[in-house]
Design a protein around this ligand. Structure first.
Ligand code: GLN
Length: 240
């Protein structure tokens, strides 16, 4: 982490912000400030160069066209690769998750991804839309993931990436696993402001970025209540 402030970069809000993705930057900044960190949030548009010195990079969801354009610009920019080589944390949501991998499909065409995560995405048989829930990789020590998903792609993990969660409801990568992580890179199909619904995941990213083993607990009753409510709701749903 920098000696100055914790620097959070939101990548390409002009392309990859279909689902309120700004919420992830807001949640991270607020939870860091509540622990006494000074925080700077930088929004970097797709016509700007990506700074390489930030601590956390956020990439949001998007439709196929902006997703393909975003991946091409990030490849041409090269800044995210340099930041990752320097130990930056990356959090990708949906389109932003897919484009971290080797390849993905957009509008029927296969595009090259950033090859930062050992994943690749294909077009699925149907669009995955609805509640998404899963038990997170025990090594991360987090409560179950909950969220909402809306994507056409399906994602295969190579040996270099571990699933973020085992799906208990919804589709995620392929109906069995959801998301992926390696080192300080993490991606999920849990939509938009996923960190608002999963504050423990936000704290994991903050711990990775700051090197802190633990962060003082915050009042998260609202998120716990929402998780319990959604889990009860999906348990009551009869699968077609
Ligand atoms: N365009 C991608 C897909 O449909 C990602 C969608 C999204 O970000 N929600 O799979």
């Amino acid at each position: 982490m920098s000696t100055e402030a914790l620097r959070i970069v939101w990548i390409y809000p002009d392309l990859l912000s279909t689902y309120g993705d700004r919420g992830n930057a807001l949640i991270l900044a607020r939870r860091a400030r509540q622990r006494g960190f000074r925080v700077e949030v930088l929004e970097v548009r797709s016509d700007q160069q990506l700074p390489t010195v930030a601590d956390i990079y956020l990439i949001g969801g998007g439709e196929d066209g902006p997703q393909a354009l975003g991946a091409q610009r990030l490849l041409a920019d090269g800044g995210l690769h340099r930041a990752v080589a320097q130990g930056a944390v990356v959090f990708g949501v949906c389109a932003g998750y897919q484009l971290l991998g080797a390849s993905f499909f957009a509008k029927g065409t296969q595009y090259r991804g950033l090859e930062l995560l050992d994943i690749s995405s294909d077009r699925g048989p149907s669009r995955a839309v609805g509640e998404l829930a899963g038990d997170i990789d025990a090594r991360l020590g987090l409560p179950p993931l909950t969220g909402f998903e809306n994507h056409g792609g399906r994602t295969r993990l190579g040996p270099g990436a571990a699933p973020l969660a085992r799906v208990t409801h919804g589709v995620g990568n392929d109906g069995a696993t959801e998301g992926a992580w390696r080192g300080k890179l993490l991606g999920t199909y849990s939509h938009g402001p996923a960190l608002a619904r999963n504050p423990a995941l936000a704290d994991l990213l903050l711990r990775w970025a700051t090197g802190a083993h633990q962060l003082p607990p915050l009042e998260d009753t609202w998120a716990d209540r929402l998780r319990a409510e959604r889990q009860a709701a999906v348990a009551a749903t009869v699968r077609p």
